[in-house]
Design a protein around this ligand. Sequence first.
Ligand code: S3P
Length: 171
Amino acid sequence: MNTIYLVGFMGCGKSSVGKLLSKRLEVPPYDVDTTVEKQRGQTIKEIFRNEGEEAFRNYESLAIRQLPLEHAVVMTGGGAVVREENLLYMKSKGTVVYLKTSFPVLWDRLMKEEEKKKRPLLLTNSREDILELFNKRSKLYEKSDITIITDHLTTEEVSEQILLELHRFNS
Ligand code: S3P
């Protein structure tokens, strides 16, 4: 099995779906943000603060290329597709699955204190800025191999949908 890459905006459920999906597929999950944090010995927030977003994007692009190409589920960060070559790389090596969630649902989730704290972009941008980012990135996410509309689905249901779509995509 080639690697499955989960993409989508912050708060769309990549981490929880990725963990469950990896269990169902009996392959290990890899989180790009966690990989970068381990490699750099800093949290994402610290990298943004100490080195800036561009440096983070370099580390993120590198980490995507270091993770296994087979028998894995990879959860990317919401901005991983900003460098379109990352999206092209993931599509060429595996199957890219977009967890599509509407902006109001995402915003409600992201405004929870513990979610806000983890994400540097939410500290320095207004709702309008984040909405603009969402609209810009949505065009890139839409280029994924498979899209799952997650608004009214549980983590289990999203995982089930992905398994069904993967079956269809690979046959
Ligand atoms: C980012 C999303 C975050 C993390 C970083 C930047 C983004 O990941 O990579 O804070 O640019 O959207 P999540 O999508 O897991 O929150």
